[in-house]
Write a protein that binds this ligand. Sequence first.
Ligand code: GLV
Ligand code: MN
Ligand code: MN
Length: 432
Amino acid sequence: MNVNGFDAAAGALAQAVQAQRLAQRLRGLAAHGGVPTGGVARQALTHEELAARRWLAQDFAARPGYRVGIDAAANVYVRRCGVDAGAAPVMTGSHVDTQPLGGWLDGAFGVVAGLEVFDALDSLGVATRRPLDVVMWTNEEGSRFAPGLMGAVSFTDPQRLADFLPVADSAGVAFETARDQAVTDFETHAQRLGWSWMDRPLGAPVHAYVEAHIEQGPVLEAQGLQVGCVTAIQGVRWYRVSVPGRSAHAGTTPLANRDDAQAKAIAMAHAVLGHARDCGDERMRVTIGRWECLPGSINTIADHVSFTVDARHPDAQALDAVRTVMDAALPDGAHIEVLQDKPTVQFAPDLVALATAGCEALGMRHRQMLSGAFHDAMPMAGFCPTAMLFAPSIAGVSHHPAEDTPIEDLAACTQVLAWCLLKLAEPAPAST
Ligand code: GLV
Ligand code: MN
Ligand code: MN
């Protein structure tokens, strides 16, 4: 198809994206794990998440030309078959797991946007040469099983799955057990309903991956923009710091005689947060998000504290400096465990250019930008040409029940996604 022919087809597809259908499916998804007081509680591989994945797949699984599957990391796929069955698929999607109490769009938007593109393609009867896959990655958040991105990392580097299988959640349930239950649940359901099945091995070739996501930050809204074309994701390091002490009576033990794990941990936390505040770099991000203290009694000195540090910055040297501060402030006997260390990744310049061209062709107000959050696209970037599209977040709020985006902005981002996916999957004459 010539360039003008392609532009016409992609423009028509973008027009076939329906904001109302997108909103309806997002609301239906939010009901899975929806909390009456606001927000969504749908952590990785819980009953709520498995039900949500089945619910999303079922709309398409029975349509002609569709297949569903689940891989060894419990990533779920919905495939719209291409005319060239042997061609590597173009992939889109994101995650449907949430923080313990998260918002309704983080991850959910990317999956539902991909499915909306399927609906738009179906409404126009457009066939593509390459298959198109919408993927629901497993455990992006990392809040139930640490680290995050387990599904996408396992897909792109299958040997890593073995490292994740023994990881347990706070109730002692191993990722392997939850993964096995998820695979059995999806396969049984698909078999019972006669869904067309596809096997999708970890590491199977992918032509390109484009993920839509909410920005989760304030930039696009503040600048009155509709779409962000993401050029890179900043590096992230996660640590767990364990500080030992000795329990003793809170009323009788003089300060000089104490080995107070809590006091030592607080001093170290101040050092690392103080560095972030005073280093003079507004790009620095340091978060202490989890804090555990044993025995956790009001009148007993703590004999064990552990806390997490999440440090992010685009430059590795800045993250090294955080680690230097942590090492210098580490109390005697304490230790630091690295839970995750992901360097900054750059997205494929050709795909960023494609996303930008899509915004221009569709008349969207857009800019190129860095992602502050990590995403499933991070491991994918080392595996196949990868890019991301951002929709604005109201007041930049995310990982919170108030997370929101105007539906017209979600639809605009989905239109650009549709434009990019059709370009990558190539419009084809429908087979008869
Ligand atoms: C993903 O949720 C992140 O923490 O960036
Ligand atoms: Mn996300
Ligand atoms: Mn998230």
